[in-house]
Design a binder for this molecule. Structure first.
Ligand SMILES: [Zn+2]
Length: 635
C-alpha cells in the first residue's frame, strides 16, 4: 500500500508519508497471533467467499449477503466466529436453511451452530447485513467520494479495516482460496473488482449485476471493489513464459483520469518485474488499476486501487502483486516483506533505463532514513501501533535499502535467484522474516543470520572510517565501523573506486572486517579513493576515505602482538613480534566502540604494559597499528 494524502490533510504528521496510522495511538496488535484471538480464528480454514452486495456510487449504504465456505480444523466446531463492525447490523445468519442465533458485540460475531461440525468437514454460512459503513477518522473500509471529487463508492481495507464493510476473519495466514463477487448497481455504472468478469446481468428497475470471479488465494485485506461511471480501457501484455497475452484492464474516471502514456507503461512494468521475480503470479486472470479517491494506492489483488498515478506508484503496486499478494507477510511484524520489496521495486524498475535516476531515488530514501529512523527496527515489535507498522522510514524505505545491501552482499545472481526461490516456496501463502532468511540461505548457501540480526531485528547503521595509503604497487586500506554496534555486526563488504592520476578508475570490494588492514595490488599512482559511489551500502553518513601516510604493511607485520595475561585483572602486556622504527599507539575500545585508553609505545620497544585498573570488568578490543585483539578484564 502507499499512502500520501496526509501531505495535505493531517496536522499530526511530521516527516512521515502515511495517512491514517498517525492518529491511531491506542490500538495495538500482537504479532504472534495476527491481530485477534487466534484460537477462534484458527478453528476453521476459509475456502471460498461469494459476496452479493447492492451498492451505488451516490449512496453510502451496503446491503446483501456474503456466503462464507470453510473447513473445520483442529476440533469439532460448535460456534462460528468472525469480525464485522457493529455499525453494520446483521439481519440473519443462515446455515443449512435455518437461522442461527448469534451475538454481535465489539465488532465480533459468534454464531451458534445447531450441532458441532466435525474436523475436515466443509460448511457454508450466509451472513445477511446492511447499513452505513462507518467513517471513523483515519480508518478505512467502504467510502464514498466527497463532493467536489468524482463520484465513486470504493473499498480500501488496509490490514485493519476489512471488517468495516465485510464479514471477515482478519487473519493474514488464512487466505481465501477463491472468490466470487456479484455486485448490483445502477444500470450504466461499472463495478471494478478482482480476476475475470464473468458477465453483467441486466435486472429490473434500471439495475445491473456485475459478476467477477478470481480463482487465486487472496488475503482478506486485498479484497476490494469500486463502483463509478468508469471509462474502461483494455491493453494486453505478453509476459515472459506465457504463450498468449494477458489482459490489462483500467477503470478510470471520465475526467481527471490517468494519462494514456502512463497506463501504457504497465505492461512493461509487469514484463520487467516478471524477469526479476518470475512470471506475474496472476497471469491466468489479469492486472489493472481502478481509480478511486483513496488518497493513496493499494495493491488489491489483480486490480490495484489508485488514488493517484505516477510511474513510482504504478511500479510499487504492481510489485506488491508478488510481494504482498502472492506471498503475504505472515504477521504485521513482517510487513517489510511486503513494503520493503514494493518500495525497492521503484528503484529497480527505473534502473533498467536510468541508473542515475535510480541512484537518486535510493539517495533520497537514505537521507530520509538517516534523519528519521536512526533508531528503531525494521521488524515491528509486539505491541506497536498502526503508525509503527506502516512507518514510512522503518517499514518502507529502510528495508528497501537493506534489500539493496543484501543484493550487494550476494551479487545479482544469488540475490534474484534466492528471491525467486523464496517466492516459489511461499507463493499463494505467507512468510515470516525467519522463513525468508532460511529460504534465501537454502538457495545461496550463505548464512544470513548476522545480516538479518543487524538490519531487520536490530536498529542503526554502520559508521565507517576509512584510511588508506599507497606503497609502491600496493594499496593499503582499513575499514572501521565506529557506530558502536557489536564488532562484526554490520558484516558487509564495502565498495570503493580507486582513481589514478592518469584518470583510470578501478572498482575494489573491501571485505568486512573490524580494524582489519587490507592490501590490493594496483598499477599507477592513486589520486584519490571514492567511497561507495554507486551507493550500495546504507551507512550513517557519507564516508570520506582519508590518506594516512603512516599506514604501511611492514608496520602491520611488526605490530603483530601477543596479549598476556588474558583475561587480565590490573595490567596487561603486549609483546610485539618485532621492534619498530616508528612510535605506535595502543588503543582500548569498549564493545560500544568508544575508546577507553590510549598510550604510545616508545620507538625501539618490543613490549608495553598497560595499566587497566580504571576499566570496569568486561570485554574490550585492544588495537595497535592495524591489529586488534579481544581483551577480557575480570576481577
Ligand atoms: Zn506498498
Amino acid at each position: 500500500m502507499l499512502t500520501v494524502l496526509m501531505l495535505f490533510v493531517s496536522s499530526c504528521l511530521t516527516a512521515q508519508t502515511e495517512v491514517y496510522p498517525h492518529c491511531q495511538g491506542a490500538l495495538t496488535f500482537s504479532p504472534s497471533s495476527g491481530f485477534r484471538i487466534s484460537a477462534v480464528a484458527d478453528a476453521y480454514d476459509i475456502t471460498h467467499y461469494a459476496i452479493h452486495l447492492e451498492l451505488y456510487d451516490t449512496l453510502l449504504y451496503t446491503k446483501g449477503y456474503v456466503a462464507i465456505t470453510a473447513t473445520v480444523v483442529q476440533q469439532p466446531l460448535d460456534s462460528f466466529w468472525f469480525e464485522l463492525t457493529t455499525a453494520l447490523p446483521i439481519d440473519s445468519i443462515r446455515y443449512n436453511g435455518q437461522n442461527l442465533l448469534f451475538n454481535h458485540n465489539n465488532d465480533e460475531v459468534v454464531a451458534f451452530l445447531p450441532a458441532a461440525i466435525g474436523v475436515g468437514q466443509m460448511f457454508s454460512l450466509l451472513v445477511y447485513y446492511q447499513g452505513v459503513p462507518p467513517q471513523q477518522a483515519n480508518r478505512r473500509g467502504m467510502m464514498l467520494s466527497n463532493a467536489g471529487i468524482h463520484p465513486a463508492l470504493f473499498t480500501h481495507s488496509s490490514l485493519f479495516w476489512a471488517k468495516n464493510w465485510l464479514p471477515v476473519k482478519q487473519q493474514l495466514s488464512d487466505k481465501i482460496d477463491s472468490i466470487d463477487l456479484h455486485i448490483t448497481t445502477q444500470l450504466g455504472k461499472k463495478v471494478a473488482s478482482h480476476g475475470i468478469l464473468v458477465g453483467i446481468d441486466t435486472l429490473a428497475n434500471q439495475k445491473a449485476r456485475w459478476n467477477w470471479k478470481s480463482r487465486f488465494p487472496i488475503a482478506y485485506y486485498l479484497i476490494a471493489l469500486s463502483v463509478s461511471d468508469y471509462v474502461v480501457s483494455n491493453r494486453q501484455v505478453l509476459l515472459p513464459g506465457r504463450t498468449s497475452p494477458m489482459p490489462i484492464q483500467d477503470f478510470s474516471f471520465p475526467v481527471n483520469g490517468p494519462s494514456t502514456a502512463l497506463l501504457d507503461t504497465t505492461g512493461r512494468v509487469l514484463q520487467e518485474l516478471s524477469l526479476f521475480w518470475g512470471t506475474y503470479p496472476f497471469a491466468a486472470e489479469k492486472y489493472g488499476h481502478a481509480q478511486t479517491n483513496m488518497g493513496g494506492a493499494m495493491e488489491h489483488q489483480t486490480l490495484s486501487g489508485m488514488g493517484f498515478y505516477n510511474l513510482g506508484v504504478i511500479v510499487h503496486e504492481a510489485a506488491h502483486q508478488w510481494f504482498g499478494d502472492y506471498v503475504t507477510c505472515a504477521t504485521p511484524s513482517d510487513i517489510w516483506l511486503n513494503e520493503g520489496f514494493a518500495t525497492y521495486a521503484e528503484a529497480l524498475f527505473v534502473a533498467q533505463f536510468d541508473s542515475t535516476a535510480a541512484a537518486n531515488i535510493r539517495n533520497g530514501w537514505q537521507t530520509s532514513v538517516r534523519a528519521s529512523a536512526a533508531t528503531g527496527t525494521v521488524y515491528v515489535p509486539a505491541g506497536a501501533d498502526f503508525s509503527r507498522v506502516l512507518n514510512t522510514n522503518l517499514s518502507y524505505r529502510k528495508p528497501a535499502l537493506v534489500l539493496h545491501n543484501l543484493r550487494w552482499l550476494l551479487g545479482d545472481s544469488l540475490f534474484f535467484g534466492g528471491l525467486q526461490h523464496y517466492l516459489s516456496q511461499r507463493g499463494f501463502g505467507n512468510a515470516t522474516t525467519e522463513e525468508f532468511r532460511v529460504l534465501m540461505e537454502q538457495y545461496t548457501g550463505i548464512s544470513l543470520t548476522t545480516f538479518i540480526n543487524a538490519w531487520i531485528y536490530g536498529g542503526g547503521f554502520p559508521d565507517y572510517s576509512i584510511s588508506w595509503n599507497q606503497r609502491g604497487n600496493e594499496l593499503l586500506i582499513s575499514l572501521f565501523d565506529r557506530s558502536g554496534a557489536a564488532a562484526g555486526l554490520f558484516d558487509l563488504p564495502y565498495p570503493i573506486v580507486v582513481v589514478y592520476t592518469d584518470g583510470r578508475r578501478e572498482k575494489i570490494r573491501l571485505e568486512p572486517g573490524f580494524f582489519q588492514l587490507q592490501t590490493f595490488p594496483i598499477q599507477g599512482t592513486i589520486q584519490n579513493i571514492l567511497t561507495d559511489p554507486e551507493n550500495w551500502v546504507l551507512e550513517s553518513a557519507f564516508t570520506t576515505a582519508i590518506r594516512d601516510m603512516n599506514l604501511a604493511v611492514d608496520e602491520v607485520e611488526k605490530t603483530h602482538f601477543v596479549l598476556y595475561p588474558n583475561p587480565a585483572t590490573n595490567q596487561v602486556t603486549l609483546q610485539f613480534s618485532a621492534s619498530t622504527a616508528f612510535s605506535r599507539l595502543i588503543e582500548v575500545y569498549n564493545m560500544q566502540g568508544k575508546m577507553q585508553l590510549q598510550q604510545e609505545v616508545e620507538i625501539g620497544k618490543t613490549s608495553h604494559t598497560l595499566d587497566i585498573l580504571t576499566l570496569p570488568p568486561g570485554i574490550y578490543l585492544l588495537r595497535s597499528g592495524n591489529n586488534t585483539q579481544r581483551l577480557v578484564i575480570q576481577r
